[in-house]
Structures are given as structure tokens and as C-alpha cells.
Design a protein around this ligand. Sequence first.
Ligand code: NAP
Length: 292
Amino acid sequence: MTILDGKATAAALKKEIAQAVQHIKDNGGKTPHLAAILVGNDGASETYVNSKERDCREVGMNSTVIRMSAAISADELLQKVDEINRNDDIDGLIVQLPLPRHINEQQIIEAIAPAKDVDGFHPLNVGRMVTGLPSYVSATPDGIVELLAHYNIETAGKHCVVIGRSNIVGKPIANLLALKATPGDCTVTLCHSRTRDLKSLCLQADIIIAALGKPEFLTADMVREGAVVIDVGITRIPTGTENKFRLVGDVKFDEVSLKCRYITPVPGGVGPMTRVSLLKNTLKAAKKEIFG
Ligand code: NAP
């Protein structure tokens, strides 16, 4: 069994991104700049945005965090998005989700200029990704594909079972792995809460991607010998000590790891790859690689 070390892989990719940023600067180019809008003061969102800011700093990119009150109206938020869309100094824009309930997330996502949509959530980018055109691919599926590529894991002709059909993980990774590409060329089964007999589908899988958000859901009896298991899940479980928690994935690592050929740990697997993919997209945006 080999552990797919997302932390080390992401660190190597980050180095390459930092070099590319330095190259742009050395040639008199503008420093790549990521803007993040954070609405309200949700603790997890705050942590995610802070780490994105730190990542940008580490690779020499600029970052701006725009903090807005949870009481903001949809119109005010749309106005801010529009302002950033028109700001030539900002290459990429993310709006940290979830948004307060009174704001329609899809309306906000669709207001982001596709050329700055480094989260890859805009329907134009999603459509381009599904048709195999250059696009911003959302960070988590992109990170998974990078990790498979980094470890030269054969995907062509393999049966991949994806558990979870969210717009940010399940659906895009299922589509990416079904593309005529490398990694790709998989036969994909996309599962969800209404899927019947998930266990027997998992037992037919060469590759399982668990992205359902249920701690330790995937157990050894659901995995066949030699499978590749990618654990996307992150659930924060309180440790009982004040304000402390541990991160638990969707895979029962101790028992599943004994059966599979490759497995990602939590933490240190898909998470760091997700973070580096956002930097990759921001670099692409700065270089105008997708939309010219
Ligand atoms: P989500 O939007 O809550 O979607 C969960 C999906 O799992 C849904 O499609 C749901 O089916 C399906 N599901 C729930 N229970 C199921 C069951 N018993 N059997 C089969 N399918 C089931 O979740 P998400 O945003 O994709 O996130 C999934 C997990 O990944 C979470 O733990 C999240 O924290 C984590 N995550 C990690 C990263 C990272 O960087 N590592 C990034 C994003 C998300 P229905 O559609 O039928 O409801």
C-alpha cells in the first residue's frame, strides 16, 4: 500500500508556482492577485480564507480579502463582485461559500466574470470542463487529478465509483475522470444518497472517490483488494478539549488501507492539493491562459 502524500506533492507544486510567479515579476509583469470575498464570520470560512491568503503570500502572489457583514444585501454583494470584475489589478476572484441564507449563491457565482472565476464554479467554466475545453476546474477535483497524475496511477479503462454528487466535488471529478484524457478514460459510476446497493458497486471499483461528508463511511468490506481510494471528506470532530477538534475523512483509514493499493490520508491528502489548485488557477488567470 502506498499513501498518496498530498502534502508533499502540493509542496512541490507550490515551489513550481512560486518560480513561475517570480519569473513573471523578473520580466516586469504584474504580480498575480487573488481576491476573496468573505461574508459574515463563520469560523471555518474564516480559516479557509486565511489559509488561502497565506498560500498566496508563500508563492509571492498578492491577495486581498474583502470582509462583508452577514447582513449585507444580495445587491450590495453583486455590486462588489462587479467592482472586482472590472478591477484590472485583480486576476482571480473567489466568494467564500456558504453565503448567508438570504443570498442566492448561484446568482452570485454567475455574476463572477468567467475569466476571473478561479474556483471554477461558473456554469461557463463547468460547461467548458465537461466538454474538455480549457477551463478553470474547481480546486478539489483538480487537486485529485493532479495527485493521480503525480503518482502515475493508471486510470484508463478503470471503473471509478464516486460517492457524492455535489457541484464542487462529486459531479466535476466524475466528469473529469470520464473525459478522453490522462488521467481520465475511466468508466464512472456516480453515486448519491438514493443509490441502491452502494456496497456492491464499490466492490466493483478500481478507484473509489469518497466525497459524501460522512466520517469513516467507507469500510474495508466495501473495498476490493488493490483498489485506489481517494478520501475527500473532512469532518471536524470535537476532541473534548476546549476549541480543539480532529479531522476525520469519509474512509475508515485503518482498515481500508490494509486492502488497497493507494490511499489518501486525512489530513494531508486531498486538502493540500485543493489549496494548491486554487493557486494554479490564479496563475493561469494572471497569464490569461484560459480566456486570453
Ligand atoms: P455535499 O454537498 O454535502 O454532498 C454530499 C453528497 O454525498 C451528496 O451528493 C449526497 O447525496 C451524498 N451522500 C450523502 N450521504 C450519502 C450516503 N449515505 N450514501 C451515498 N451518498 C451519500 O458535500 P461536498 O461539499 O461535496 O463535500 C463532501 C465532503 O468533502 C465533506 O466532508 C467536505 O467537508 C469535504 N470537502 C473536502 C474538500 C477538501 O479540500 N479536502 C473540499 C470540498 C469538500 P444527495 O445528493 O442525494 O443528497
